[in-house]
Design a binder for this molecule. Structure first.
Ligand code: ATP
Ligand code: LTN
Length: 332
């Protein structure tokens, strides 16, 4: 890693297939940031098992997500790209940080409340302590910036609290990380229930667009997107469906909200929805094609993620050694 650059870390769970929300809210920004920062990007498979996963699917989705990172433009020569479970220091530091994370803090996490409601039959300890593992991910690398969508802000705040608590006892061990939230598309909403965020774990396939969706599926989903009966194409809190489509169109075309509203002034949803669909198809096409190409050569992908894990472990190992010393573990 280059010494003069700040460090960024981010991750995505391989808990399903990547959505347009994941791409616009997170991965696309990671690509932009990798030139200016020392960047680490990770497939968070250990986070994914806080919800029950089918083993064969999880393995496939991890490979696919890794391939998609590269297909989106993350460059293994510039950034460290790896799979979380391949770097055991994540689990080791997470345990230690669990002992510096309060029950009350974890109970207040919105994601925990949401997921324990949606998986009421499996409210496991991992789901509860998930933010301590996420703090470990971030703090292992001396991370300055964490580029994520709006929904992860609370977890990054908690990572800061944990770092601060630890540092106040042991001195300056951890760098204080900061969340970096994009200005556009920080929260892409569901196409079928526009008051909820677009999420890859939603059981309704029409609620999200996948990066790997074929053009006809994308067009169908946008044509079916829930809007309203008022008919105007402008942003308003009363029009969550239309506002979301405007935001998506703006994010994929680079046009401002005002330009989009002007472009469709006087037109109806029958013109607007397919236009959004077509713009999304063209935005995602090269990523889908490149992912398919990469997945066809499994050996090369494996070589790339092994290299990534080795580089990550070299940094993580040093932080963990320092932490062991600070908390008073006997030297090995
Ligand atoms: P799950 O549904 O399994 O909880 P998810 O779709 O919310 O998953 P994550 O793996 O939790 O996705 O998130 C990966 C990254 O994508 C995070 O930085 C997150 O903030 C961002 N992200 C997720 N959903 C959206 C969205 N709808 N809009 C913008 N960014 C998003
Ligand atoms: N919890 C995040 C994924 C994630 C992450 C991280 C993001 C795991 N570890 C570290 C940023 C930094 C999510 O569900 N989106």
């Amino acid at each position: 890693m280059e010494n003069d650059k700040k460090i960024i870390f981010s991750a995505t769970q391989p808990s399903g297939k990547i959505t347009l929300g994941n791409y616009l809210g997170a991965m696309r920004n990671w690509v932009r940031l990798q030139d200016d920062y020392n960047a680490l990007y990770c497939v968070a498979d250990m986070h994914a098992i806080t919800v029950r996963q089918n083993p064969a699917d999880l393995r496939r989705q991890s490979m696919e997500l890794f391939a998609q990172f590269i297909a989106c433009g993350l460059d293994p020569e510039k950034s460290i790209i790896f799979i979380q479970s391949h770097v055991p220091q994540h689990a080791e530091l997470a345990w230690i940080l669990n002992c510096y994370t309060m029950y009350g803090e974890l109970s207040r996490m919105t994601q925990f409340k949401d997921k324990s409601a949606s998986h009421a039959d499996n409210v496991n300890a991992g789901l509860f302590t998930y933010p301590a593992l996420m703090a470990a991910d971030i703090l292992l690398y001396g991370t300055h910036c964490v580029p994520v969508g709006e929904d992860q802000r609370q977890h990054v705040e908690l990572a800061r609290n944990i770092a601060q608590r630890f540092n106040s006892v042991y001195g300056d061990v951890f760098t204080m990380p900061e969340a970096v939230i994009p200005k556009v598309a920080a929260r892409v909403m569901s196409l079928s229930e526009p008051e909820k965020k677009m999420s890859k774990s939603n059981p309704n396939e029409n609620s999200y667009v996948l990066v790997m969706d074929k053009p006809d599926a994308i067009m169908r989903k946008f044509k079916r997107a829930v809007t309203d009966s008022e008919g105007g194409i402008y942003r308003s809190p009363e029009k969550p469906g239309v506002s979301n489509l405007i935001e998506i169109y703006s994010a994929v075309t680079g046009k401002t909200f005002e330009e989009v509203e002007n472009e469709f002034a006087g037109k109806g949803y029958g013109d607007f929805k397919p236009a959004v669909g077509e713009a999304v198809v063209e935005c995602l096409r090269p990523i889908r094609e490149e992912t398919e190409r990469l997945l066809a050569d499994k050996a090369s992908l494996e070589a790339l993620y092994r290299q990534g894990a080795e580089k990550a472990a070299n940094i993580a190992y040093k932080t963990l050694r320092k932490v062991h010393k600070k908390v008073g573990f006997a030297s090995r």
